[in-house]
Design a protein around this ligand. Structure first.
Ligand code: BJW
Length: 227
Protein backbone atom coordinates (compact mmCIF):
# COMPACT_ATOMS: atom_id res chain seq x y z
CA UNK A 1 0.00 0.00 0.00
CA UNK A 2 1.47 3.36 -1.05
CA UNK A 3 0.76 6.08 1.48
CA UNK A 4 1.28 9.85 1.30
CA UNK A 5 1.14 11.73 4.61
CA UNK A 6 0.89 15.54 4.60
CA UNK A 7 1.58 17.31 7.89
CA UNK A 8 0.99 20.89 9.00
CA UNK A 9 1.53 23.05 12.05
CA UNK A 10 -1.01 21.08 14.11
CA UNK A 11 1.31 18.07 14.36
CA UNK A 12 3.90 20.18 16.20
CA UNK A 13 1.37 22.01 18.40
CA UNK A 14 1.65 19.50 21.25
CA UNK A 15 5.43 19.95 21.15
CA UNK A 16 4.87 23.63 21.96
CA UNK A 17 5.34 25.08 18.47
CA UNK A 18 2.55 27.64 17.85
CA UNK A 19 0.31 27.12 14.84
CA UNK A 20 -0.40 29.95 12.40
CA UNK A 21 -4.15 30.32 12.52
CA UNK A 22 -5.23 29.07 15.96
CA UNK A 23 -5.88 31.47 18.87
CA UNK A 24 -5.22 34.99 17.59
CA UNK A 25 -2.83 33.67 14.94
CA UNK A 26 -0.63 36.74 15.23
CA UNK A 27 3.11 37.16 15.69
CA UNK A 28 3.76 40.44 17.50
CA UNK A 29 0.69 41.90 15.85
CA UNK A 30 1.48 40.61 12.35
CA UNK A 31 -0.57 38.06 10.43
CA UNK A 32 1.60 35.35 8.82
CA UNK A 33 0.27 36.51 5.46
CA UNK A 34 1.93 39.89 6.16
CA UNK A 35 5.32 38.53 7.25
CA UNK A 36 5.79 35.49 5.03
CA UNK A 37 6.06 37.26 1.67
CA UNK A 38 8.99 38.38 -0.51
CA UNK A 39 7.49 41.89 -0.41
CA UNK A 40 7.65 41.96 3.41
CA UNK A 41 11.30 40.85 3.26
CA UNK A 42 12.12 43.64 0.81
CA UNK A 43 10.18 46.22 2.81
CA UNK A 44 11.22 45.23 6.33
CA UNK A 45 13.95 42.55 6.33
CA UNK A 46 14.68 43.09 10.02
CA UNK A 47 11.10 42.20 11.00
CA UNK A 48 11.11 39.09 8.83
CA UNK A 49 14.52 37.96 10.13
CA UNK A 50 13.33 38.50 13.72
CA UNK A 51 10.27 36.28 13.02
CA UNK A 52 12.47 33.41 11.78
CA UNK A 53 15.28 33.97 14.32
CA UNK A 54 12.78 33.61 17.16
CA UNK A 55 11.32 30.42 15.70
CA UNK A 56 14.80 28.97 15.01
CA UNK A 57 15.88 29.65 18.59
CA UNK A 58 12.66 28.09 19.91
CA UNK A 59 13.54 24.82 18.14
CA UNK A 60 16.11 24.12 20.84
CA UNK A 61 13.39 24.19 23.49
CA UNK A 62 10.91 21.74 21.90
CA UNK A 63 10.86 17.97 21.40
CA UNK A 64 9.04 15.67 18.99
CA UNK A 65 5.74 14.29 20.30
CA UNK A 66 4.01 10.90 19.91
CA UNK A 67 2.64 11.89 16.48
CA UNK A 68 6.14 12.48 15.05
CA UNK A 69 7.37 9.22 16.60
CA UNK A 70 4.42 7.30 15.16
CA UNK A 71 5.18 8.53 11.63
CA UNK A 72 8.78 7.38 12.07
CA UNK A 73 7.46 3.90 12.96
CA UNK A 74 5.28 4.05 9.84
CA UNK A 75 8.38 4.75 7.74
CA UNK A 76 10.09 1.71 9.27
CA UNK A 77 7.07 -0.44 8.41
CA UNK A 78 6.42 0.86 4.88
CA UNK A 79 9.89 1.90 3.68
CA UNK A 80 9.71 3.52 0.25
CA UNK A 81 5.93 3.07 0.17
CA UNK A 82 5.61 6.03 2.53
CA UNK A 83 6.07 9.58 1.22
CA UNK A 84 6.05 12.09 4.10
CA UNK A 85 5.58 15.68 2.98
CA UNK A 86 5.43 18.46 5.54
CA UNK A 87 4.54 22.11 5.34
CA UNK A 88 6.47 22.63 8.57
CA UNK A 89 9.89 24.20 8.63
CA UNK A 90 10.80 22.74 12.03
CA UNK A 91 12.94 19.59 12.31
CA UNK A 92 10.68 17.59 14.62
CA UNK A 93 9.96 14.81 12.10
CA UNK A 94 13.69 14.17 11.71
CA UNK A 95 14.30 14.34 15.45
CA UNK A 96 11.35 11.96 15.91
CA UNK A 97 13.12 9.39 13.73
CA UNK A 98 11.87 9.99 10.18
CA UNK A 99 14.75 9.82 7.72
CA UNK A 100 13.02 10.92 4.50
CA UNK A 101 11.00 14.12 4.91
CA UNK A 102 10.02 16.37 2.04
CA UNK A 103 9.92 19.95 3.37
CA UNK A 104 7.71 21.65 0.77
CA UNK A 105 7.87 25.05 2.54
CA UNK A 106 11.60 24.88 3.33
CA UNK A 107 13.51 24.55 6.59
CA UNK A 108 14.38 26.88 9.47
CA UNK A 109 17.92 25.52 9.73
CA UNK A 110 18.67 26.22 6.07
CA UNK A 111 19.58 29.46 4.27
CA UNK A 112 19.00 30.30 0.61
CA UNK A 113 21.55 32.40 -1.25
CA UNK A 114 19.96 35.01 -3.48
CA UNK A 115 23.29 35.27 -5.33
CA UNK A 116 23.77 31.64 -6.45
CA UNK A 117 20.55 29.83 -5.34
CA UNK A 118 22.54 27.49 -3.06
CA UNK A 119 20.83 25.93 -0.06
CA UNK A 120 23.34 26.09 2.80
CA UNK A 121 23.10 25.46 6.55
CA UNK A 122 21.91 28.50 8.49
CA UNK A 123 25.10 30.11 9.82
CA UNK A 124 25.88 28.99 13.38
CA UNK A 125 25.93 31.64 16.06
CA UNK A 126 24.47 34.20 13.70
CA UNK A 127 21.47 36.26 14.59
CA UNK A 128 19.55 38.80 12.61
CA UNK A 129 20.13 41.09 9.70
CA UNK A 130 23.62 42.53 9.57
CA UNK A 131 25.11 39.60 11.47
CA UNK A 132 24.82 37.19 8.55
CA UNK A 133 28.09 36.11 6.95
CA UNK A 134 28.46 35.90 3.16
CA UNK A 135 27.33 32.82 1.27
CA UNK A 136 29.94 30.05 1.77
CA UNK A 137 29.53 29.03 -1.91
CA UNK A 138 29.68 32.32 -3.86
CA UNK A 139 30.70 34.87 -1.25
CA UNK A 140 27.74 37.17 -1.90
CA UNK A 141 26.05 38.85 1.04
CA UNK A 142 22.58 37.72 0.16
CA UNK A 143 21.41 34.95 2.46
CA UNK A 144 17.72 34.71 3.35
CA UNK A 145 15.62 32.18 5.26
CA UNK A 146 15.23 29.09 3.07
CA UNK A 147 11.45 29.04 3.31
CA UNK A 148 8.61 29.33 0.80
CA UNK A 149 6.65 32.54 1.11
CA UNK A 150 3.27 33.45 -0.38
CA UNK A 151 3.63 33.90 -4.12
CA UNK A 152 6.60 31.50 -4.31
CA UNK A 153 6.47 27.95 -5.63
CA UNK A 154 6.76 25.20 -2.98
CA UNK A 155 9.75 22.87 -3.27
CA UNK A 156 9.53 19.65 -5.27
CA UNK A 157 5.97 19.98 -6.60
CA UNK A 158 6.56 17.48 -9.44
CA UNK A 159 7.78 14.86 -7.00
CA UNK A 160 4.86 15.50 -4.64
CA UNK A 161 2.25 15.28 -7.41
CA UNK A 162 3.89 12.08 -8.68
CA UNK A 163 3.53 10.44 -5.27
CA UNK A 164 -0.06 11.70 -4.88
CA UNK A 165 -0.99 10.26 -8.26
CA UNK A 166 0.38 6.83 -7.25
CA UNK A 167 -1.01 6.82 -3.70
CA UNK A 168 -3.52 4.29 -2.40
CA UNK A 169 -4.06 6.37 0.74
CA UNK A 170 -3.59 10.09 1.41
CA UNK A 171 -3.58 11.24 5.05
CA UNK A 172 -3.59 14.90 6.12
CA UNK A 173 -2.48 15.66 9.69
CA UNK A 174 -2.83 18.98 11.54
CA UNK A 175 -3.37 21.43 8.74
CA UNK A 176 -6.12 24.02 8.31
CA UNK A 177 -6.49 23.59 4.56
CA UNK A 178 -6.18 27.36 4.20
CA UNK A 179 -3.03 27.45 2.07
CA UNK A 180 -2.60 26.17 -1.48
CA UNK A 181 -1.24 24.12 -3.14
CA UNK A 182 -1.16 21.79 -0.07
CA UNK A 183 -4.89 22.38 0.51
CA UNK A 184 -5.57 20.91 -2.95
CA UNK A 185 -3.65 17.66 -2.43
CA UNK A 186 -6.75 15.83 -1.16
CA UNK A 187 -8.67 16.49 -4.37
CA UNK A 188 -5.66 15.59 -6.53
CA UNK A 189 -5.10 12.31 -4.67
CA UNK A 190 -8.83 11.45 -4.80
CA UNK A 191 -9.01 12.21 -8.50
CA UNK A 192 -6.19 9.68 -8.97
CA UNK A 193 -7.97 6.99 -6.96
CA UNK A 194 -6.61 7.35 -3.42
CA UNK A 195 -8.65 6.85 -0.29
CA UNK A 196 -8.34 10.00 1.87
CA UNK A 197 -8.27 10.55 5.64
CA UNK A 198 -8.09 13.74 7.71
CA UNK A 199 -6.59 13.69 11.24
CA UNK A 200 -7.05 17.14 12.76
CA UNK A 201 -8.04 18.77 16.03
CA UNK A 202 -11.27 20.00 14.44
CA UNK A 203 -12.80 19.87 10.95
CA UNK A 204 -10.47 21.78 8.61
CA UNK A 205 -11.67 24.07 5.83
CA UNK A 206 -11.48 21.12 3.45
CA UNK A 207 -12.77 18.43 5.80
CA UNK A 208 -15.75 17.63 3.57
CA UNK A 209 -13.34 16.66 0.76
CA UNK A 210 -12.02 13.61 2.63
CA UNK A 211 -13.58 10.13 2.61
CA UNK A 212 -12.93 9.80 6.37
CA UNK A 213 -12.06 12.20 9.16
CA UNK A 214 -11.08 11.78 12.80
CA UNK A 215 -10.92 14.83 15.03
CA UNK A 216 -8.76 15.23 18.14
CA UNK A 217 -5.12 15.86 19.09
CA UNK A 218 -2.52 14.52 16.67
CA UNK A 219 -0.54 13.07 19.58
CA UNK A 220 -3.42 10.65 20.15
CA UNK A 221 -4.90 10.21 16.66
CA UNK A 222 -1.68 9.53 14.74
CA UNK A 223 -0.37 6.74 17.02
CA UNK A 224 -3.88 5.22 17.07
CA UNK A 225 -3.97 5.24 13.26
CA UNK A 226 -0.38 3.99 12.75
CA UNK A 227 -0.39 1.26 15.41
C1 BJW B 1 -4.14 20.38 15.56
C2 BJW B 1 -3.62 20.47 16.83
C3 BJW B 1 -3.31 19.27 17.43
C4 BJW B 1 -3.96 22.46 16.23
N1 BJW B 1 -3.53 18.14 16.78
N2 BJW B 1 -4.36 19.24 14.93
C5 BJW B 1 -5.62 28.88 -4.93
C6 BJW B 1 -6.68 29.51 -4.33
C7 BJW B 1 -6.45 30.60 -3.49
C8 BJW B 1 -5.18 31.08 -3.27
C9 BJW B 1 -4.12 30.46 -3.87
C10 BJW B 1 -4.35 29.37 -4.66
N3 BJW B 1 -3.13 28.93 -5.11
C11 BJW B 1 -2.18 29.70 -4.59
C12 BJW B 1 -2.74 30.65 -3.83
C13 BJW B 1 -1.98 31.71 -3.11
C14 BJW B 1 -1.37 31.26 -1.82
C15 BJW B 1 -2.48 30.83 -0.88
O1 BJW B 1 -2.74 29.68 -0.65
N4 BJW B 1 -3.10 31.80 -0.24
C16 BJW B 1 -4.13 31.52 0.76
C17 BJW B 1 -4.00 32.51 1.90
C18 BJW B 1 -5.49 31.49 0.10
N5 BJW B 1 -0.37 30.19 -1.98
C19 BJW B 1 0.88 30.45 -2.34
O2 BJW B 1 1.27 31.57 -2.59
C20 BJW B 1 1.81 29.26 -2.46
N6 BJW B 1 2.48 29.26 -3.71
C21 BJW B 1 1.83 28.96 -4.84
O3 BJW B 1 0.65 28.64 -4.86
O4 BJW B 1 2.63 29.03 -5.96
C22 BJW B 1 2.02 28.76 -7.23
C23 BJW B 1 2.29 27.36 -7.67
C24 BJW B 1 2.03 26.28 -6.86
C25 BJW B 1 2.26 24.99 -7.31
C26 BJW B 1 2.75 24.75 -8.56
C27 BJW B 1 3.02 25.83 -9.38
C28 BJW B 1 2.78 27.13 -8.93
C29 BJW B 1 2.91 29.33 -1.39
C30 BJW B 1 2.38 29.18 -0.01
C31 BJW B 1 3.52 29.34 1.01
C32 BJW B 1 2.99 29.29 2.44
N7 BJW B 1 4.04 29.66 3.32
C33 BJW B 1 3.81 29.56 4.77
C34 BJW B 1 5.08 30.11 5.47
C35 BJW B 1 6.23 29.09 5.33
C36 BJW B 1 7.38 29.47 6.14
C37 BJW B 1 7.02 29.61 7.60
O5 BJW B 1 6.69 28.60 8.26
O6 BJW B 1 7.04 30.75 8.08
O7 BJW B 1 3.59 28.19 5.14
S1 BJW B 1 2.33 30.38 5.35
C38 BJW B 1 1.94 29.17 6.58
O8 BJW B 1 0.70 28.48 6.25
C39 BJW B 1 3.05 28.13 6.49
C40 BJW B 1 2.28 26.85 6.69
O9 BJW B 1 3.04 25.76 6.21
C41 BJW B 1 1.01 27.11 5.93
C42 BJW B 1 -0.13 26.21 6.30
O10 BJW B 1 -0.47 26.36 7.65
P1 BJW B 1 -0.93 25.09 8.48
O11 BJW B 1 0.21 24.18 8.66
O12 BJW B 1 -2.15 24.51 7.89
O13 BJW B 1 -1.22 25.76 9.93
P2 BJW B 1 -2.56 26.44 10.46
O14 BJW B 1 -2.19 27.22 11.66
O15 BJW B 1 -3.26 27.16 9.40
O16 BJW B 1 -3.49 25.22 10.88
C43 BJW B 1 -3.16 24.35 11.95
C44 BJW B 1 -4.21 23.26 12.01
O17 BJW B 1 -3.82 22.34 12.99
C45 BJW B 1 -5.62 23.76 12.40
O18 BJW B 1 -6.59 23.17 11.54
C46 BJW B 1 -5.81 23.27 13.82
O19 BJW B 1 -7.14 22.90 14.11
C47 BJW B 1 -4.93 22.04 13.82
N8 BJW B 1 -4.39 21.73 15.13
N9 BJW B 1 -3.56 21.84 17.17
C48 BJW B 1 -4.08 18.18 15.51
N10 BJW B 1 -2.82 19.26 18.68
Amino acid sequence: MRVVVLTGAGISAESGVPTFRDADGLWEGHRVEDVATPEAFERAPGVVHAFYDARREALDTVEPNPAHHALARLEQALGDDLFLVTQNIDDLHERGGSTRVHHMHGELRSALCLGCDAHVPWPAEQGGLGDLPPCPRCGSCALRPDVVWFGEVPYGMDEILGHLAEADLFVSVGTSGAVYPAAGFVQYARAHGARTLELNLEPSEGSHLFHDARHGPAGVLVPEWVD
